[in-house]
Design a protein around this ligand. Structure first.
Ligand SMILES: [Zn+2]
Length: 240
C-alpha cells in the first residue's frame, strides 16, 4: 500500500512538475529584452501581410491564381515590385537602436529549414514561420512525389497556394508575437509595445512614438500641416 502511495505521489509530482515546466516554456521564449524586436517585427509583419493581400488580389485579377507557381518569375519580377511597394508604404523597420534583430529563414526545396537570427525570441518567431513551409513542403512531397522531386515543392504549387502559404506563415508569427507580448505585459514588461499602429520605440530610455516616416505620404502630410496651421508659428513666444 505504501509502495503504491509512494509511486502515486511520485507520479503526481512528475505530472505537476511537467505541467509547470510546460507553462514556463510558453512564456519564457521572449523576455524583457525582446520588447524592441517585437515592436519592429510586428510592424514588418503587418506590412508584409498587407502587401501579400494586395499581391493576391493582383494575381486574381491577372487570372494567375491557378497557374503553376514559378519561383524564377517571383524572384525576378514580382518580389522586387513588392519590395518597391514595401519601401513606398514605409514598411521599413522603425529603427530601434541596440536591440534590432531582423530574423530571416528559409525552407529549401527538400524541406530543410535554415534560420538566421540573433535573439531567442526572433529565432522562435521565424522558426514557427518556417515550420509552416516545412509542413507544406512535406505534404506536397507526399501528394506529388514525382513533381516535387523534379521541381521542388514550390514548383508544384499554384500561385495562390504559394502566396497563401506565406500569408499563413506570417500570420503565425504575428499571433505568436501578440501572445508573447500579452504575457510580457502581464508581467508589466513591454508596456508600450503593440502589434498594430501606432508603433512605439522601445529602447533603453523607455517608450516613445516611432519617428515619423519619411515617405512621400509623410511629406504631403507635413506640407498640409504647414499650410493648414500657420497660426502655430505665430504663437511662438516673442524673441524665439
Ligand atoms: Zn515564408
Amino acid at each position: 500500500m505504501n509502495n503504491i502511495a509512494g509511486r502515486a505521489s511520485v507520479f503526481v509530482f512528475l505530472l505537476v512538475f511537467s505541467l509547470f515546466s510546460a507553462v514556463g516554456k510558453i512564456d519564457a521564449v521572449c523576455d524583457d529584452s525582446a520588447c524592441g524586436n517585437i515592436a519592429n517585427r510586428c510592424k514588418q509583419l503587418n506590412c508584409v501581410l498587407n502587401q501579400l493581400g494586395n499581391f493576391r488580389k493582383d494575381l486574381t485579377s491577372r487570372g494567375m491564381d491557378n497557374q503553376t507557381f514559378d519561383l524564377m518569375e517571383f524572384e525576378h519580377d514580382w518580389e522586387p515590385m513588392m519590395r518597391y511597394d514595401f519601401k513606398d508604404s514605409n514598411c521599413t523597420l522603425i529603427g530601434i537602436v541596440d536591440v534590432t534583430d531582423s530574423p530571416a529563414g528559409n525552407t529549401d526545396r527538400s524541406c530543410v529549414t535554415k534560420l538566421k537570427s540573433k535573439t531567442p525570441c526572433m529565432q522562435e518567431s521565424v522558426k514557427r514561420h518556417e515550420a509552416q513551409h516545412e509542413a507544406t513542403c512535406r505534404s506536397v512531397y507526399k501528394a506529388k512525389p514525382w513533381c516535387a522531386n523534379v521541381f521542388g515543392y514550390a514548383g508544384c504549387e499554384t500561385w495562390a497556394e504559394y502566396v497563401q502559404d506565406e500569408q499563413t506563415a506570417y500570420g503565425i508569427e504575428l499571433s505568436f508575437l501578440k501572445s508573447e507580448m500579452s504575457a510580457l505585459k502581464a508581467k508589466k514588461q513591454c508596456t508600450c509595445v503593440q502589434c498594430e499602429p501606432p508603433y512605439y520605440l522601445y529602447g533603453k530610455t523607455g517608450c516613445a512614438p516611432a519617428p515619423a516616416s519619411k515617405g512621400p505620404a509623410e511629406l504631403i502630410r507635413k506640407m498640409v500641416d504647414y499650410f493648414a496651421s500657420p497660426l502655430k508659428d505665430d504663437s511662438r513666444p516673442a524673441g524665439k
